[in-house]
Design a protein around this ligand. Structure first.
Ligand SMILES: C[S@@+](CC[C@H](N)C(=O)[O-])C[C@H]1O[C@@H](n2cnc3c(N)ncnc32)[C@H](O)[C@@H]1O
Length: 234
């Protein structure tokens, strides 16, 4: 058996506990929207990607805007063949590298300090939690565009549309996913670039107080995970 493909099922709770050890950014910058994905949300979506859709195990995975590496490290822990994390911020990438060492996936991960424009090639899967464009309008669109250029399967977080009822239903249940309709704009954007939306899941994300302009101790808001397939060959 030359191939080291991991077929062992990793328990979701264990993955979450391990990912909670990935250090968040020590000095996050608002303009880069450098908040770290909660460990339970990361574990939930990596689980869907790995065990529901078979898009992680034995695959080449890229994490665009990897921050300190939670999603990339999670993919490596679940058995990705190779995972590349890329982020424009040197401090974040340095920490991602250190996190990968301490969590035992140094040899299965590569880390790049660069704008996402620098990455080219063909990969199996992109997992990304890009800036939502709250600070810099349309920031997430460049990530979507790039992911559709380099991968066949894409898992991409975007800001959810405001829906008080859904938010109330999901608050306190960070790992609950509810299928929802895509936004008309993103659907059009994705399809124009050769993508097909397979599913959109609404989830709640909780961000603790980080920046001076945050008014509350914690902020719970809706996010949508887009699962996208790219039509045609790369
Ligand atoms: C919302 S954070 C997510 C971090 C990490 N993926 C996570 O989920 O914990 C977005 C990340 O994108 C990075 N970023 C923003 N613009 C970028 C660009 N043009 N190229 C590469 N990375 C970028 C930021 O530095 C930040 O780490």
């Amino acid at each position: 058996m030359g191939k080291t493909v991991q077929r062992r099922l990793v328990r979701k709770r264990n993955l979450e506990i391990t990912l909670s050890k990935v250090e968040p950014h020590p000095t996050p910058k608002a303009y880069l929207e450098q908040y770290t994905i909660p460990a339970n949300v990361a574990a939930e979506i990596l689980y869907i990607a790995a065990y529901v859709n078979d898009d992680i195990i034995g695959k080449n995975v890229v994490d665009l805007g990897c921050g300190t590496g939670r999603l990339a490290i999670g993919a490596a822990l679940l058995g990705a063949k190779e995972t590349v994390g890329i982020d424009i911020d040197k401090t974040a990438v340095k920490l991602a590298f250190e996190n990968a060492i301490s969590l035992g996936v140094k040899d299965k991960t590569s880390w790049v300090v660069a704008d996402i424009d620098a990455i080219h090639g063909a990969f199996d899967t992109v997992i990304q939690n890009p800036p939502f464009g709250v600070q810099k309008r349309k920031a997430d669109r460049r990530f979507l565009q790039k992911s559709l250029e380099i991968a066949c399967r894409i898992y991409s977080f975007h800001k959810g549309e405001s829906n008080k009822e859904l938010l109330k239903r999901l608050k306190g249940h960070e790992t609950k996913v509810v299928p929802v309709q895509p936004s008309a704009f993103l659907k059009n954007f994705i399809e124009k670039r050769g993508g097909k939306i397979r599913a959109v899941y609404a989830m709640v994300m909780t961000i603790r107080y980080m920046f001076k302009f945050h008014k509350k101790r914690k902020h719970e808001f809706l996010v949508n995970l887009y699962v996208i397939e790219r039509k045609g060959k790369l």
